[in-house]
Write a protein of this length. Structure first.
Length: 153
C-alpha cells in the first residue's frame, strides 16, 4: 500500500475536462504591446462543445483595475473568432479578484468562449494582444490559455 502513496498527488492533479492548458511567461514582469502570446492546440472531436479561458497572472504592481485584451482564434485557413474582452483584476476596494498561491501573485481565469463547437478537426491557434492605453503593462507575469470539454464538469 505504501508503495503507491506517491501516486496520490498525480491522481489529484488529473483534470479530465482539460484538453489544453499553457502559459506564456513575461520574463521581464511586464507585457509589452508588441508581444502577442500565441498558443497552438489540436481538436479531434467536433461533436463536443468546449469552454475556452484566458488565464492571467499578475502581481500587486499591476496599475489598473482591469485588462482589455483581444482574443483571436484561427484554424489553419482563416480567423474563426476575434473579439475584444475585458477582465476585472481588482475589486472597487483594490483587492485582487484572482486566486493566490503565493501572497503577491494572483491568477484570474477569464471565460472567453462557452460551449463553443469547432467547425472542423485540426490545428487551431489563439493569439492574445493587450489593448490598454499604455504600451507596457507592469505587473503582468503571464498569460495563458485553457481549453476544456464543457460537458465533463
Amino acid at each position: 500500500m505504501k508503495k503507491f502513496l506517491w501516486l496520490l498527488p498525480l491522481l489529484a492533479a488529473c483534470d479530465p475536462a482539460r484538453i489544453y492548458e499553457q502559459y506564456y511567461d513575461f520574463p521581464e514582469r511586464y507585457w509589452p504591446v508588441n508581444e502577442k502570446p500565441e498558443f497552438s492546440f489540436s481538436v479531434t472531436d467536433t461533436s463536443a462543445s468546449y469552454n475556452l479561458y484566458v488565464n492571467l497572472r499578475h502581481d500587486n504592481n499591476y496599475p489598473f483595475a482591469n485588462l482589455y485584451f483581444i482574443f483571436a482564434l484561427a484554424d489553419s485557413s482563416a480567423a474563426v473568432y476575434q473579439k475584444l474582452h475585458s477582465a476585472d483584476l481588482f475589486d472597487k476596494n483594490g483587492r485582487p479578484l484572482g486566486k493566490s498561491g503565493i501572497g503577491f501573485l494572483f491568477d484570474r481565469r477569464v471565460p472567453v468562449l462557452k460551449d463553443f463547437r469547432f467547425r472542423k478537426p485540426g490545428p487551431y491557434t489563439v493569439t492574445l494582444e493587450h489593448f490598454m492605453r499604455t504600451d507596457t503593462l507592469r505587473g503582468m507575469r503571464a498569460a495563458g490559455l485553457r481549453v476544456e470539454r464543457s460537458n465533463l464538469q
